[in-house]
Design a binder for this molecule. Sequence first.
Ligand code: NDP
Length: 254
Amino acid sequence: MSGNPIFPDLKEKIILVTGGSRGIGKTICESLCAQGATVVFSTRRGVDEQEKLRQHFESFGGKSYGLSFDVTDTAKAQEQLDKFIKEVGPISGLVNNAGIARDQLIMRVKSNDVDEVLNVNLKSAIMMCALLSRSFLKAKDVSIVNISSVVGLMGNGAQTVYAASKAGLIGLTKSLAKELSSRQVRCNAVCPGFIETDMTVALDEKVKLSYLTGIPLGKFGKTQDVANLTCFLLSMSSSYITGEVIKVDGGLYI
Ligand code: NDP
């Protein structure tokens, strides 16, 4: 998504993307900058790497700011976000993207893994919405996008914990849409299928092949496929859409 912006209202927006360092989050930041948006990305990376990413995003257009926090560290996130909002302005868009997978059979699941996956994938998204709720009420045309997964809709063997965290994001999405609609704050979920990133590259070739045979479009998705839908949902082109759960999966769910 480059060249002339197709969602011109994104130029007026300040959008926070969690987990901007790689994969889907990185492409979302690039695409938003290409639309002229102001992108605030959070990473766990050091200052040098963060500055490189910031410059990389600005090479697409727009404006970019990096914040350093682990999404599970609510106190640090709050401190950094409060400072940013005071200095730059209210945040009018949020993409809860940071996520991890710890795939294993239910008989091997450990309590620590459950805590880790739920904290990163679900609790952090809830807390990010809570921390930014006041900023949202001061901003205009706010849109929140939660990056869930088709696995949150259809389940998957050896992904019980991950699937539960992604299904939780759908409950969050629909509840927030109901709670905040009267303030013109929208909230939607995107459910990617199999997207080529670090998260999927590590999978066994046999597992990949079995996924591929289940995808009617006959190919894996690209990070850009998810970024395109996310930009649409953040923009006013989707101004009458809220509480929706939209799949980007090449037909995997059918
Ligand atoms: P990657 O593993 O490529 O990237 C994950 C991103 O999340 C990285 O930027 C990583 O930062 C960040 N992150 C992870 N944990 C934390 C944390 N505790 N605090 C801050 N940042 C964190 O994953 P994808 O790009 O593939 O996935 C992005 C989202 O899309 C996830 O929520 C995932 O569940 C979802 N998804 C992905 C699918 C796929 O097929 N790839 C399918 C369906 C959903 P760092 O670089 O510091 O590790």
